[in-house]
Ligand binder design. Structure first.
Ligand code: HPA
Length: 272
């Protein structure tokens, strides 16, 4: 459970660094960190300095909160996120979303890199998340509920806001970018899936599989933040092609799609 007192302590720390009031939040997945560098008049705050943020040992990730302006909107961006597979509790993984809510965020874009389970999809495709399947047997809302933050029994019939999904589709059409739509399955990682697991995941109705996004989306929904998810399909999931998966492939594809992704996200924020 997240405690109101902890959230308020984090909030006043952030407010001691900037008086900007962000209304849009974005969580940047693998390879998408550079979006944060496009924010103007930006304040960079390392996670390690923010009270109640988890302490990450991960190297090679920026791990900072960036608050700035783009397309006329005040935005708070998470450059680097906390993953469940790193050993963090789901409270730790999702605490930044509570902070975003306290800062005034009304709309949140969650991005990720993930594997394509739907064989009609291709590496490099972008996918708007329509719904998710939680395969982890865990949930960030397990434990006592803080009624100041949200309800005990949360309706999850529309975690990914339909109106905002339409906005993404409209902006993509205007930009001539093709986007897929589909169901994201959350896998704990850190191992990728086996070929048999991917067959199971496809049978269950998922189009993509990845190791993030769902905990943040659930907590954002619990916090009454309008949420959308955009995935970069960096590889065909295990067993679809006759080749092993590699993290290098994931990073390489994310890098190729980066410019399109950043333009799309900027256009979407402008419309928000
Ligand atoms: N599976 C799970 N997570 C991932 C994948 C994948 O194939 N690619 C990138 N993140």
């Amino acid at each position: 459970m997240h405690h109101t007192k902890d959230i308020l302590e984090s909030l006043s720390f952030i407010q001691s660094r900037t008086d900007m009031k962000p209304t849009v939040g974005i969580i940047l997945g693998s390879g998408l960190g550079p979006f944060a560098d496009t924010l103007e008049n930006a304040v960079h705050i390392p996670y390690s300095e923010i009270p109640h943020f988890a302490k990450s040992e991960a190297v090679g990730h920026a791990n900072e909160l960036v608050i700035g302006t783009i397309a006329g909107k005040n935005v708070v961006a998470m450059k680097g996120r906390f993953h469940y597979y790193e050993g963090f509790s789901l409270d730790q993984v999702t605490f930044p979303v509570r902070l975003m809510k306290a800062l005034g965020v009304e709309k949140l874009i969650i991005t990720n890199a993930c594997g394509a389970v739907n064989t009609e999809f291709n590496p490099g495709d972008l996918m708007i998340i329509t719904d998710h399947i939680n395969l982890t047997a865990n949930n960030p809302l397990i434990g006592p509920n803080n009624p100041e933050l949200g309800v005990r029994f949360l309706d999850v019939s529309e975690v990914y806001n339909k109106e905002l999904r339409q906005t993404i589709k409209d902006v993509a059409t205007e930009q001539g970018v093709s986007v897929r739509e589909g169901v994201y399955a959350w896998w704990t990682g850190p191992t990728y899936e086996t070929p048999a697991e991917i067959r199971m995941i496809r049978t269950l109705g998922a189009d993509a599989v990845g190791m993030s996004t769902v905990p943040e989306a659930l907590v954002a929904h619990h916090s009454q933040i309008k949420t959308v998810g955009i995935s970069c399909l960096t590889n065909m999931a295990c067993g679809i092609l006759e080749q092993p998966l590699s993290h290098d492939e994931v990073i390489e594809t994310a890098e190729k799609v980066k410019a399109t992704f950043l333009k799309l996200v900027t256009g979407v924020i402008e419309r928000f």
